[in-house]
Write a protein that binds this ligand. Structure first.
Ligand code: NAD
Ligand code: TYD
Length: 350
């Protein structure tokens, strides 16, 4: 494999994947294809932007002509596809944006890859990065395995489910070498502060209310983003064509317990008296269709490819808090302008 297009490389997880590939594989030519929506930010890649094996191309995966031309010109050997609309709350307000980017955009990439890879599928690879949310919600017990049936509830998870089905259909119908991984909730540096952990860090820092949906009883399985990027690296290089891997941290947290731990960590880091930040916790109207619990069984990935998470949640959360406190400029930049408008629309009525 020589030339890899990584889509969505200016986003949260994508930037960690791009950084890892650029640094670990100097022999690869890495092209970061990103539209730079509100969630895409080239500042996420400042440290590697001048590396000789890295290039940025601005473009929209929904634009079929542009994608076909790019693939014809660049002749990539592989695609690692992360570009997506990724926030559940935004999908409730604007579902069509999610259908366009997540479903139509993915099919455009598959078509473009198929056009240039015909006859040499065994030397190429289409890696689709997806989410555990496609499996729907769990009750109090059980975990999602690769055999769990799809049962998405939000427009976001429905659009990701649609894209996963298309990727597998292109493998089964046309023989494309395609793989899918479904990962649990990520956290870490460069996470846009519309998602729970960075939003709470930002609000606590500014002494603003920390909105917890419903009673805070929903459970998510949290994985450090650099462990996800490492899993993608291992799967990309070792998985057999047509396979699926679940990726997760065996790290379930009730939202309210997570926020309580985060508040205690923030008090410590900001030298505030114990209990100060927890006073900011505010219960607000629940999300519509809010999935109760996600938990990933990643035994297949561990047994077949040897991947396990590298750090505990407490360590990862502390590193994350430190990163946000040390990178105030990044946080201030992404929370200026449109962010304020989003925040007011999203939270004022709750
Ligand atoms: P993100 O929202 O931070 O980044 C998405 C990136 O895609 C941005 O850089 C954005 O500019 C780009 N993009 C959006 N629409 C585009 C388009 N039409 N054309 C080109 N680029 C476009 O998302 P993330 O959290 O980094 O998630 C990345 C991928 O991983 C997504 O596919 C998501 O479904 C999946 N995933 C995320 C999580 C999580 O916890 N964040 C967990 C599992 C899977
Ligand atoms: P989020 O970070 O949006 O990820 P996802 O919905 O993809 O799991 O939300 C994580 C959990 O936190 C989810 O149960 C919704 C909840 N949540 C809040 O309680 N308050 C908030 O302000 C946000 C953004 C999320």
């Amino acid at each position: 494999m020589k030339k890899i297009i990584i889509t969505g490389g200016a986003g949260f997880i994508g930037s960690h994947v791009v950084r890892r590939f650029v640094k670990t594989y100097p022999q690869y030519d890495i092209i970061n294809l990103d539209k730079l929506t509100y969630a895409g930010n080239l500042a996420n890649l400042k440290d590697i932007e001048n590396e000789p094996n890295y290039r940025f191309v601005k473009g929209d995966i929904v634009d079929l002509e542009f994608i076909n031309n790019l693939f014809a010109e660049e002749q990539p050997d592989a695609v690692i596809h992360l570009a997506a609309e990724s926030h559940v709350d935004r999908s409730i307000t604007n579902p069509l944006d999610f259908v366009m980017t997540n479903v139509v955009g993915t099919v455009n990439l598959l078509n473009a890859a198929r056009n240039i890879w015909k006859g040499r599928y065994s030397e190429t690879r289409f890696y689709h990065v997806s989410t555990d949310e496609v499996y729907g919600t769990l009750g109090e017990d059980g975990m999602f395995t690769e055999q769990t049936g799809y049962d998405p509830h939000s427009p976001y998870s429905a659009s990701k489910a649609g894209s996963d089905h298309f990727v597998r259909a292109y493998h089964d119908t046309y023989g494309i070498d395609a793989i899918v991984s479904n990962c649990s909730n990520n956290y870490g540096s460069f996470h846009f502060p519309e998602k729970l952990i960075p939003l709470a860090i930002n609000n606590i820092k500014q002494n603003k209310p920390v909105p917890v949906y419903g009673k805070g009883e929903n459970i998510r399985d949290w994985l450090w983003v650099e462990d996800h990027a490492r899993a993608i690296d291992v799967i990309f290089h070792k998985a057999k064509a047509g396979t699926t891997y679940n990726i997760g941290g065996h790290n379930e947290w009730k939202n309210i317990d997570l926020i309580t731990l985060l508040c205690a960590t923030m008090d410590k880091k900001l030298n505030r008296p114990e209990g100060t930040s927890a006073k900011l916790i505010t219960f607000v109207t629940d999300r519509a269709g809010h999935d109760l619990r996600y938990a990933i069984d990643s035994t297949k990935l561990k047994n077949e490819l040897g991947w396990v998470p590298s750090i505990t949640f407490e360590e990862g959360l502390e590193k994350t808090v430190e990163w946000y406190l040390e990178n105030e400029e990044w946080l201030d930049n992404v929370t200026s302008g449109h962010y304020q408008q989003y925040y007011n629309t999203q939270y004022n009525h709750r």
